[in-house]
Ligand binder design. Structure first.
Ligand SMILES: [Zn+2]
Ligand SMILES: [Zn+2]
Ligand SMILES: [Zn+2]
Length: 160
């Protein structure tokens, strides 16, 4: 969380049963793709699921072991793997990561970002096919589409 908003506490950390379900689904997804969900990949994903909002790489590194930080390259490699698998998204404007909210992996995602509490809400970017047609017409190869809206979430609008 980038901003310590003292007016409220509306955290959306996942319930324990939801988290273990998401971890199991991630292992299945990797197995189906012929990839290995190593312990460091799984731990990185778990920390992102546990975070109450978008989490930065150095916070994942810090929280990795109960007794101390992880080696940064381990976490950076795990983050890039999880992003490729579509299990997490990188929010460019925050340089932070969130777990994907859908079962549709991988896909282009947009985000509503609260400037007050730092929460994010994922949404499907509309008309991706239209963007792809424009790109094709321009002989442009898209690597990544970003759509990030900044503002105030419902809870923060109440006290702002
Ligand atoms: Zn997603
Ligand atoms: Zn908010
Ligand atoms: Zn707030």
């Amino acid at each position: 969380m980038s901003n310590a908003c003292a007016h409220h506490d509306h955290h959306h950390a996942l319930a324990a049963d939801t988290k273990s379900q998401r971890l199991a689904e991630a292992e299945t997804l990797c197995a189906q793709a012929g990839e290995r969900m190593t312990s460091s990949r799984l731990r990185t994903y778990e920390l992102i699921l546990e975070a109450s909002g978008p989490i930065k790489a150095y916070d994942v590194i810090d929280r990795f072991h109960p007794q101390g930080a992880a080696k940064p390259p381990t976490v950076y490699r795990a983050l890039s793997f999880l992003e490729q698998m579509g299990l997490i998204h990188r929010i460019e404007s925050l340089n932070a990561f969130v777990a994907c909210d859908t079962r549709d992996h991988p896909h282009a995602a947009g985000f509503l970002l609260c400037d007050c509490c730092g929460q994010s809400v994922e949404f499907a970017i509309p008309n991706v096919a239209d963007i792809e047609v424009s790109a094709t017409n321009s002989h442009f190869q898209i690597k990544h589409i970003t759509l990030e809206a900044r503002g105030l979430c419902g809870a923060c609008r109440g006290h702002a």
